[in-house]
Design a protein around this ligand. Structure first.
Ligand code: ADP
Ligand code: MG
Length: 259
């Protein structure tokens, strides 16, 4: 059973290996993108980060991984800075940040997930090639492994990047809007992989814009709008009061769209 106590600052005190974000603040020149965000990610929970465009969702993920400078605050994993343990992390950026014209095949992309394990200047080991193949099979992309990444559909591309994350054999998984532009089959595969990772005790944090009824697939929702507006189960978070605090005005209960 999970034992999670919410503390006074809205964070969570957990008795097991956790990612602890404390009082995180990020500023881009004059824009305060994140203000005093505290949260704790624990194994065994599929965590979805929601919020409107420009809410700071990508910034939160990047700041946690040291990809943008932090103005103040800490991000620890097992009580040590997460940025010193990036070998534990698999990160799939938002699709707008990926160069889809890069002349790599699906196989190349997935094998890149093994670079840390194989080393940069050595040939990929048999184990690495096997892990890459297993990952492609897991997401239903083994048949298309020789296809250029730019020639795949949005859903297929997203599955290739998930396969790369799986091939990394990471402990912590961070995905930024993986559901954008994907088909139903891909959405099902993504959720099934996330569920499997969570059941293996991995930490999985997924940023979303909106997801319709699939939002209920997450064990925990973090609602962000520069500050952390809500943190809880979908029953706790998907209330008209909380949603209007995050999105402003009238919002559709399930889609998060402003009516
Ligand atoms: P989200 O992912 O929720 O859409 P972002 O984290 O991308 O939001 O952006 C949060 C805010 O920070 C927005 O106002 C955005 O315009 C601003 N922002 C994001 N990246 C940069 C940057 N590199 N330089 C300046 N402002 C940025
Ligand atoms: Mg974003």
């Amino acid at each position: 059973m999970e034992i999670i106590r919410t503390n006074h600052s809205g964070g969570v005190v957990a008795p097991f290996p956790a990612v602890a974000v404390r009082n995180l603040q990020v500023r881009y020149r004059s824009v305060l993108a994140l203000q005093d965000v505290s949260l704790t990610l624990v194994p065994g929970q599929l965590v979805g980060v929601f919020g409107p465009n420009g809410a700071g969702k990508s910034t939160l993920m990047k700041a946690m991984l040291g990809l943008v400078p932090i103005e103040s605050g800490t991000v620890l994993y097992q009580n040590r800075p997460l940025t010193q343990q990036l070998e534990q992390v698999a990160y799939v950026p938002q699709r707008s940040q990926i160069d889809w014209t890069f002349p790599a095949t699906a196989w190349d992309v997935v094998l890149m997930g093994r670079v840390r394990k194989s080393g940069y200047l050595t040939r990929f080991s048999a184990t690495s090639r096997q892990r890459a193949m297993e990952a492609l099979e897991r997401v239903g992309m083994a048949d298309l492994r020789d296809r250029r990444i730019g020639q795949l559909s949005g859903g297929q591309q997203q599955r290739v990047f998930l396969a790369r994350a799986l091939a990394q054999e990471a402990t912590l998984f961070f995905l930024d809007e993986p559901f954008v532009g994907v088909d139903q089959k891909t959405e099902d595969i993504l959720f099934s992989c996330f569920r499997e990772l969570v059941s293996l005790g991995k930490i999985v944090m997924v940023v979303n814009h909106d997801l319709g009824e699939s939002i209920t697939q997450f064990d925990r929702l973090l609602l962000l709008n520069r500050t952390l507006v809500a943190d809880g189960s979908h029953q706790q978070v998907l209330t008209p009061e909380v949603m209007s605090r995050a999105y402003g005005g009238q919002v559709n209960f399930f889609t998060g769209q402003i009516a």
